[in-house]
Design a binder for this molecule. Structure first.
Ligand code: HEC
Length: 255
């Protein structure tokens, strides 16, 4: 696998190259469900209602792990967020750089910091959390300066290549308000702590992203004011979309 990068990699170290691969892993992980695929297939086969559902979806009643993966991956793919305060504001302007009419002054300030480059007084967040899904559009994981010495090699272990040590998937920031704690190891309990990391906590490392270096090649220190940091957090909260947790099509069908 050395040298191959997949922009669609899943998990923090991007070890799953497709969603179909990803969805079968938690079943089998010893710290998650600890099952064999055979056990999973048996469990699904034992529930009588699946016969008709598999017939409808696949044209025959056969239940196997490939079909379970396809069905689960397709469900995950259906979960798309487009009803946040950000999305409403975005629909009112022609480009994301313009002030959003539905945002407070603080939220618009936070948006500017998020989108602007460091020389322009911004945080360069959009350089990595990009597209309006706020996820990595660039191939490959990044080192966002968490550690001087990496104890978790991240993608380096998956790609078997030290240039990826300490590099992790740039995760989406949609609904970030609801998904604490933050980073691959959950080291930050709050969004304020995550923002403070980017403000003053970036650590030097051979694989640190160049986006997080200053002109002298040192880890960047942004020295944002308290009100700028609060504004950035306020902006991140405009990415909250409660439809994802409340819409019936994504909720528990057994209730
Ligand atoms: C060099 C690329 C890069 C830049 C620039 C960057 N990030 Fe990140 N960000 C990452 C990566 C990679 C992760 C995942 C790290 C991990 O899993 O340990 C991440 C994770 C996060 C998380 C936690 C996500 C979660 O689900 O746990 C937040 C919040 C965040 N970034 C906010 C920001 C903000 C705000 C800025 C701008 C100040 C910013 N990022 C700039 C690459 C970047």
């Amino acid at each position: 696998m050395q040298g191959t990068i997949n922009a669609d990699g899943f998990f923090w170290d991007e070890r799953a190259t497709t969603l179909e691969e990803q969805v079968l892993m938690p079943f089998q992980d010893p710290v998650e469900m600890g099952m064999t695929l055979e056990q999973v297939v048996n469990e699904v086969q034992e529930q009588s209602f699946y016969t008709e559902l598999f017939q409808n979806a696949f044209g025959s009643t056969e239940i196997n792990s490939e079909r379970i993966a396809q069905a689960l991956a397709q469900f995950v793919r259906s979960i798309v967020s487009y009803s946040s305060k950000y999305d409403l504001g975005r629909s009112m302007v022609t480009n994301p750089g313009a002030d959003f009419p539905n945002f407070s002054t603080e939220e618009n300030t936070g948006k500017n910091i998020f989108f602007q480059t460091i020389p322009n007084g911004g945080g360069a967040c959009f350089g990595c959390h990009t597209t309006e899904a706020f996820v990595s559009a660039n191939p490959g994981p990044q080192n966002n300066g968490l550690d001087l010495m990496t104890t978790d090699e991240g993608a380096g272990a998956v790609f078997n290549n030290p240039i990826f040590d300490g590099r992790f998937k740039t995760s989406t920031l949609r609904n970030i308000e609801h998904t604490a704690p933050y980073m691959h190891d959950g080291r930050f309990a709050t969004l304020e702590e995550a923002v403070e990391h980017y403000n003053s906590g970036i650590q030097a490392h051979p694989t640190l992203s160049p986006a997080l270096l200053d002109v002298d090649g040192n880890p960047v220190q942004r020295n944002l004011s308290d009100s700028d940091k609060t504004a950035l957090v306020a902006f991140l909260k405009t990415l909250t979309d409660d439809s994802v947790s409340s819409e019936e099509k994504w909720s528990d069908p057994f209730q």
